[in-house]
Design a protein around this ligand. Sequence first.
Ligand SMILES: [Zn+2]
Length: 438
Amino acid sequence: MGQEHTSRGLFENNSRRTIYNCHTHTFTVDHVPKYVGKGLMPLGLHKILSVDRCGIEGIVKRLDAITKSPRWVKWLKRLFGSEFVPMLKRYVNLGKYADNKGQLEIFQSLLSYYPRGTKFVVLTMDMEYMEAGPPAVKFAEQLDELAAVKADPYYGKLLHPFIFADPRRANIGDLVKFYIEEKGYTGIKLYPALGYYPFDPRLMEVYEYACKNEIPLMTHCVRGIIYYRGKKKAEWNQHPIIPNLTLPEESNGKFTVNFTHPLNYECLMNPNLLHPYLHKHKKAGTYKGTFPDLSKLKMCLGHWGGEDEWKRYMTDPWLSDDDHVQGIQLPLNANTWKKVSWFSIIAELIEKYPDSLFVDISDTLAYDHIYPLLKVSLVNPTIRRQVLFGTDFFVVAGEDAERSLSIKLRAEVGENAYWDIAQANPERYLSSKIHPNP
Ligand SMILES: [Zn+2]
């Protein structure tokens, strides 16, 4: 690989503005459970390719060659479906960029693709409850390693770490508070696909704290390949809040979409839906807290639903005028859940919670076909205020695409919209009562 010398200044404008990339990761192979590919890898391949068995270099080399061979790609698609090759590519990225490096080194390589002074949200991951085996390095160590980068006088200013909140971890409320107040963490990360709903009663303490202090939250809102690998529970067959919504999906891969679904955030942020649910838990003795109004929660739906849901929006017909729902009241039923694209649902949620519900375009911005719809969406002033720049470094594209993704976005949407989504909106999103100057 070569090195660039002269062109950095080209994108450092004289107005000394700051770019904020609101969605990146620096976790390493050691933070990922041993059998994260369980259930996805056919023929027991997850065991053959487990990290401790054949060494990360061996895996990466083999998989890299496979994903670059058109013949292999064609065969794998036919045998295991279209999700299989992108999944392999993610393994390759993880191995290429996250092996034998600490989080500081990964962060440094991320910085090297941006103008000086660019700031980054780095999202931690707690994968200890997804039933895929233990990670080599515990979550607490992952948090402390990143806290050490935050404590560095130079790198700390460029870093906004988010602490992962899994409701199954004991004392999650205290942990979140401690890392935000004592260790310089900026926000909170959620990943319901790992096996919980975002309105899980065990998270209420976290949400109340976030709401009170205007702390930003980031959640994963796209179909993905990292999800709960354990046994599906019988009670999951019925949505806990939306009436008459049965969820018969058997495989974990298909069921995970129900945890990720954007309507779950309406269930969380609308007190008329949340409170009866919490009352039920209180009666059953499984909830002891209060009944918070979370309509002002600063929540970002990461990936804006994903490019496949953007495609669905473009191709599905609109409802006829008779069926058309006036205003922004989504009917909360099985039809909306199953038939309306996530792009539509999220757009309505933004209109309903105009200052609190954000979206980021990480991952999604890597697909050429999303740009016309993105540009047209940014014409709507309510939506434009809530969109954040992010890339999902290094999970999707790897660092080789990092600079081209950012420059492409800027070229496509133009300077004014670019600075809204890369600076003005992130500054509003990130500033809290605890850390007011992001
Ligand atoms: Zn991500």
